[in-house]
Every structure is written in C-alpha cells, then in structure tokens.
Design a binder for this molecule. Structure first.
Ligand code: FES
Length: 148
C-alpha cells in the first residue's frame, strides 16, 4: 500500500514535535537545577579531638572558628567579629579585632569596642568516625562545651 505524501508529511511533523518535546524535558532536568554553590558548607569536620590538646585555643581562620579545648571539654567559637565581620585574632585575654578595636573575652563576651554582640558558639558533635563536626548553622549557649 502506498503512503500518500500528505500522510508522510504529517508523520514527519508529528515525530519532530514529539522529539523536540522529549529533548526539552531532558534539558529541563539537566539545566534547571543551578550548579553554583554559595560559600563554604556550614557543617564540616575539623579532625580528631587529639588534634586539639587540652589547654589550647586553635584558630582555624579558613573556617572562621576557634577551637577551645579545656581538659576533656571542647567548643567552637566564632572568630567573625560581630561589628563588621572581620576575623578576630587571638589575644591574651580572649579575642581582639584588628579592624576597629573590638575586644572579647575568652568566652566571646564583648569587653570593648564597637562590636554589638558576643561571638557566637557553634554546635559541635562527635561523628561516628571519631571526628569533630562543627555546625555553623546552629548557635549554642556560650559556655556549652562538648564533653569528650
Ligand atoms: S569589624 Fe571588628 S571591630 Fe569592626
């Protein structure tokens, strides 16, 4: 049986429309989700407790935290100044901001300068693999240590 020219054109057009619809759906799945990431993850590992000996305060500037270890207790204090966001440095009495002179005691309480709030403390947990995980999305009451 011969296929008419009209029927052949209708089949080609229909196949083209269906094909373009399928390609469009696939491209939506591939490209609709943005692949960009914005900043560092707020939950991350900082290694094993033994990396932080008792009696130390170790600043991790790339993570903007200071890991405080007292005996078998450990905590993570923010080192982002609550004034305009500079990284505070360690000082004998706590923390000092190099930008406008804010000072904080070792618990992060403001002791001088323009900083309007204390330095936040972040929740930390021990992961099943024994590493310390910091969750910068969850602030905790200053002075709340994780007991190891
Ligand atoms: S940013 Fe720290 S005192 Fe201004």
């Amino acid at each position: 049986m011969a296929v008419s020219r009209r029927r052949m054109l209708a089949w080609i057009t229909g196949t083209g429309l269906v094909g373009s619809g399928v390609l469009s759906a696939i491209s939506n799945f591939v490209f609709i989700k943005p692949r960009a990431t914005y900043g560092q993850p707020q939950r991350f590992s900082i290694g094993k407790p033994d990396d932080y000996p008792a009696g130390t305060r170790i600043a991790l500037d790339a993570r903007r935290i200071c890991v405080v270890r007292e005996g078998n207790r450990i905590a993570a204090v923010s080192t982002t100044c609550t004034h305009l966001g500079c990284i505070v440095g360690l000082a004998d009495t706590g923390f000092a901001c190099p930008c406008h002179g804010s000072r904080f005691d070792s618990d992060g309480t403001v002791t001088g300068g323009p900083a309007p709030r204390p330095l936040p403390w972040y929740k930390i947990t021990l992961a099943p693999n024994g590493e310390i995980e910091v969750d910068k999305d969850t602030e905790i009451t200053p002075g709340s240590y994780l007991t190891l």
